[in-house]
Design a protein around this ligand. Structure first.
Ligand SMILES: Nc1ncnc2c1ncn2[C@@H]1O[C@H](COP(=O)(O)OP(=O)(O)OP(=O)(O)O)[C@@H](O)[C@H]1O
Length: 494
């Protein structure tokens, strides 16, 4: 016999109310936990089952959480999002100090359809045991995401700050004062100085001290990029402009540095034709990628650097005067190592420290005689050359205290120190270092490399760091000179 129809509500609304009520009861009983929050995110009710999660959330099991905002009780909850958007989150994983839970969140609406709160359900606790494959994937992805965040943060962290520019000599202090001042502004900066004097380090430091520090720092060594590729390197290539590998198009360095700083190293080596295009970008902050007729706006601060005499180049018609004036808004001249005698010991100490840290070798120190010998060198390659010599000597010996003898192979020409303890200033003459009496000759490739390095140092000293002129003197191509400078650690690789 069927139940008398008068026992059931006749109207659909009543039926729905009953369905909602019984569903609520079913969920409240079968879910691991359940809570209801109001429009203002305040907890209105929790099920008996939910109470066992309270200790894990940092509350006594019987503490009063009713009336508190859900985000103050359940870290990482998305109930607020459900209330604000009115959209349910049917299945989600919630992780906090109490563990990981499979949860569901549904908005609650009044008769007019207005959101008046939300229901949160803990469908499953410890899903790591019951849903092992899915959870393993979830935690792997979470781990990968955290690693990617960490790597990105490390990449964005400035490589050098103004404090990493070692030196307290008046010349070094003046450089740091100027760098701090220009970091506050937005104007183009021109760093002038011989090779290896720290121009790139200072460019990084200015960027790190500027309001753009969290945005990219992009560097281009103009002299190291073949002339034919420079335009694409700077301005990028529109998709379809070329066939082959570049078919998809490529972003230029200006675009990559958008919002940040673009460091143009060796600006004196920029071909004249490209100089006018660069000037336009600097003036308009607009550019056109190769093969495109669309103008792209960029917001880039340019720091340019050169070891060449730009004024003389302007006079010789090799550098555009208008570009020179545009770049020369704030010039900073970096002193040579010879002009910073007072900083020599601190620099050598800092470089030995850095070498030990990077190579995981024990920290070396210099004997007073070795320090005196090194301080008397001409150092045409400046601090980079000093670093290179210290690195070579550290690698060639296990001793922790480096004496003049340890530098015999690394310096241009070291007289027999034992017989003549007063170190003499050494001219960068091109003389292969001969073996000491009774010693077997060093292998030929090693001797050739020493000779080549000395010849390049001497040519650079002769041309005051002008690499193009040095390449001409040595009768090798500019690219070959750059390869050798990188090989011998006289210049940082592009
Ligand atoms: N004041 C300094 N304190 C500590 N290290 C320095 C300093 N100046 C330069 N160095 C180090 O010397 C090396 C050469 O510096 P950097 O590359 O900045 O020189 P550069 O002037 O840009 O050279 P180039 O003109 O050849 O590109 C780097 O290893 C850098 O960290």
């Amino acid at each position: 016999m069927t139940a008398p129809s008068s026992a059931l509500p006749q109207d659909a609304d009543g039926l729905l109310m009953l369905a909602a009520q019984s569903m609520f009861d079913v969920f409240a009983r079968s879910a691991q936990g359940m809570m209801v929050v109001d429009r203002a995110h305040r907890i209105v009710w929790i099920s008996e089952g939910y109470k066992r999660f309270l200790p894990g959330l940092g509350f006594e099991a019987d503490s009063i959480i009713i009336g508190r905002r859900v985000e103050d009780v359940v870290p990482n909850t998305l109930m607020a999002q459900v209330i604000e958007s009115g959209r349910p989150i049917l299945v989600d994983l919630l992780s906090n100090q109490a563990g990981t839970f499979l949860v569901s969140r549904l908005p609650l609406r009044d008769e007019a359809g207005q959101v008046i709160g939300a229901i949160g359900l803990v469908l499953m606790d410890h899903p790591e045991t019951t849903m092992q494959p899915l959870m393993a994937k979830f935690s792997r992805l979470q781990q990968e995401l955290e690693d990617a965040h960490r790597q990105l943060a490390a990449q964005r962290r400035p490589k050098h700050t103004i404090a990493s520019f070692i030196g307290t000599s008046p010349a070094a202090l003046e450089v740091k004062r100027q760098a701090r001042r220009v970091a506050q502004g937005a104007s183009t900066v021109l760093l002038l100085g011989e090779t290896g004097t720290g121009k790139e380090l200072l460019a990084h430091a200015i960027h790190a001290a500027s309001a753009r520090a969290s945005r990219p720092f992009v560097g281009v060594n103009i002299a190291a990029v073949p002339e034919t590729l420079l335009e694409a390197e700077f301005f990028g290539v529109a998709p379809g402009a070329y066939t082959g590998a570049d078919r998809k198009g490529r972003e230029g360095k200006f675009k990559l540095a958008d919002g940040g700083t673009l460091f143009l190293d060796e600006i004196g080596d920029m071909p004249l034709a490209l100089q006018s295009k660069l000037l336009r970008v600097l003036q308009e902050q607009e550019l056109e990628p190769l093969g495109s007729n669309q103008v792209i706006r960029v917001d880039v601060r340019v720091i340019a650097a050169t070891s060449r005499d730009l004024v003389a180049m302007v006079a010789a018609g090799q550098f555009r005067a208008d570009l020179y004036y545009r770049l020369n808004v704030v010039p900073i001249r970096l002193p040579t190592l010879r002009e910073r005698a007072g900083d020599f010991e601190a620099l050598a100490e800092a470089l030995l420290d850095d070498i030990a840290r990077r190579s995981a070798m024990a920290h070396r120190e210099l004997s007073p005689e070795a320090l005196a010998l090194l301080a008397a060198q001409p150092w045409p390659g400046n601090i980079r050359e000093l670093r290179n010599v210290l690195e070579q000597a550290s690698m060639m010996s296990d001793e922790l205290r480096l004496t003049p003898a340890h530098f015999a192979g690394a310096l241009p020409r070291v007289p027999s120190i034992e017989q003549d303890p007063t170190p003499q200033p050494l001219a960068p003459v091109v003389t292969p270092s001969l073996p000491e009496a009774g010693q077997p000759p060093r292998p030929l490739p090693e001797q050739i490399a020493t000779l080549e390095r000395q010849a390049i140092s001497a040519a650079l000293a002769h041309t005051q760091g002008n690499k193009l002129a040095a390449a001409r003197l040595l009768q090798i191509s500019r690219a070959a000179l750059y390869d050798k400078l990188a090989l011998y650690g006289l210049i940082s690789p592009a």
